[in-house]
Design a protein around this ligand. Sequence first.
Ligand SMILES: O=C(O)c1ccccc1NCC(=O)[C@H](O)[C@H](O)COP(=O)(O)O
Length: 243
Amino acid sequence: MRSNRLELLPAVDVRDGQAVRLVHGESGSETSYGDPMEAALAWQRAGAEWLHLVDLDAAFGTGDNREQIAEVARAMDLRVELSGGIRDDASLSAALATGCARVNLGTAALETPEWVAKVIAEHGDLIAVGLDVRGTTLRGRGWTRDGGDLYETLARLDSEGCARYVVTDIAKDGTLQGPNLELLRNVCAATEKPVVASGGVSSLDDLRALATLVPEGVEGAIVGKALYAKAFTLEEALEAVSV
Ligand SMILES: O=C(O)c1ccccc1NCC(=O)[C@H](O)[C@H](O)COP(=O)(O)O
């Protein structure tokens, strides 16, 4: 049964060994926030139940931070969602070996759908698919390439038994302009599966607005920039969505 409380997933996006936030996911727009382990431990101490941990270099194809990410994931007592550059058996095995609670596949769902169908069948709830969109066009390879229509891909993944979707409006990501509630409503109307909202959260009111979508299927919200910019604390965020 679905919970009626919005789950919060503070984000640690790693580029070149540093916790960063990008604007619109664009390489080169980084603001650095220091050591990823320290950021992750800070969210854990503040009461986080989940951590959204992203290897941006792996997503962009500019290397990877695999060892460091695995170290962070292993140091956590909370549940970790791993994202960025998980596209084949080797990267999926490495991700799952960290003991993470789930992995988020993006590019692979657009470029190697047969492989994604296979790993969904093998790993069930451990696999989520990131639907990263501009308008209703999906973007892959670190959000740099078009990858098809959102709703056609969603229907295909649903038919393959995908357990969950992480939905990002790239136009909102890292901008502190508020989440795209209309997009989230539309995606929830198109699937029975839970949706994790990502990108744009700027205030406690944004989180309260996302919490009103829980009955429609929004299960959680990823929060990055707003926490690093100290728009509110994680403790305040958890309090705002507690019911
Ligand atoms: O998740 C990815 O694979 C990814 C790839 C390329 C660019 C960005 C990527 N993720 C960004 C995030 O997951 C952000 O942490 C998240 O959307 C939070 O956004 P915000 O609250 O607006 O800072």
